[in-house]
Design a binder for this molecule. Sequence first.
Ligand SMILES: Cc1cc2nc3c(=O)[nH]c(=O)nc-3n(C[C@H](O)[C@H](O)[C@H](O)COP(=O)(O)OP(=O)(O)OC[C@H]3O[C@@H](n4cnc5c(N)ncnc54)[C@H](O)[C@@H]3O)c2cc1C
Length: 336
Amino acid sequence: MQLLQNVSLKPYNTFGIDIPAAHFIEVSSVDMLPAVTDATAGMHRRVLGGGSNVLLTQPVTGAVIYNNIKGIHKDKEDDNHVWLTVNAGEVWHSFVMYAIANGWAGVENLALIPGTVGAAPIQNIGAYGIEAKETIESVTAWHWEDKRFYTYSNFECTFGYRDSIFKHQLKDKVFITSVTFKLNKKPSFNTTYGAIEQELHKMGITELSIQAIADAVIAIRTSKLPDPKQIGNAGSFFKNPTIPIAQFNNLKQQHPNIPSYPVDAQTIKVPAGWLIEQCGWKGYRRGDTGVHEKQALVLVNYGHAIGSEVWQLSGDILQSVEDKFGIVLEREVQVW
Ligand SMILES: Cc1cc2nc3c(=O)[nH]c(=O)nc-3n(C[C@H](O)[C@H](O)[C@H](O)COP(=O)(O)OP(=O)(O)OC[C@H]3O[C@@H](n4cnc5c(N)ncnc54)[C@H](O)[C@@H]3O)c2cc1C
């Protein structure tokens, strides 16, 4: 175990922000955790996975615990399901591909989401009509203060839209070490969301399969989202806001084209990207930061942006959306 000092986090975040961490330690096995806990006693500990959902705005004074715990274990199976425990450092997309290769369904719509398996429960990652919570059976985590492992059931994780207990009561209190998934041996396909059906048609797919769905999702995502290897970004910077139906009806009178997705009898979801675009931000550039030209929900680093510039731009966007629509956007990205 090596506790490093003053390590640049540039290679460890997809925004490509160059900020140092005062202390940095890589964890490759759960057995290391008691010693890591002692070595970082008194420090603010933050776990880092793929760094694809963080914005680094200032030097990290505490310890960054870099999660590199690998391994996938099949716990049990019956005629319909298989239960897999996946260690937190596995790359999410590799896990999706592994599941597909074995014919296990449930995560194919979540193909190509960057990051690690351990971070998936934190914001209950979602895409193309599916959320991680639908397949997560339980989450196991090391509690820094109690110095022991806990297993949280799906119910105890209190999953919501891009939300869970790990963003609230357990924020920076635990290191998620593994996630147990329940996958289906007999898939029910979900192709209704977004452009999946169109893409399948374009690809000439006549027989639906989980591989075909993943291929369609990968093709759509590749055409729509900037690759962090080319332009620094953290995917959607803001959450899609949920607003009362009465407020939506008022807005619809002024903006007849406003898109929406039903949530429940009282509320409705509005795409944040549309709101931002209406405020004129799409393709906007300020120095080395800006709003992506194809996707207004994605803030980018063209090269040498610093975190505080991205933060400032996100604040200006937030303000303009509030001024124009009376809707307060919430940042999806974790700000350090
Ligand atoms: C191009 C692009 C597209 C994206 N598309 C989507 C999408 O479609 N849907 C979606 O939901 N998200 C999307 N994201 C966001 C991101 O991929 C997910 O949030 C992902 O789960 C983050 O994983 P990570 O390992 O990179 O987490 P990190 O960025 O390393 O960490 C995120 C937060 O989780 C905490 N954390 C990470 N791992 C652990 C752990 N093991 N234990 C405790 N805390 C931990 C960190 O402290 C931090 O606060 C996208 C990002 C990019 C760059």
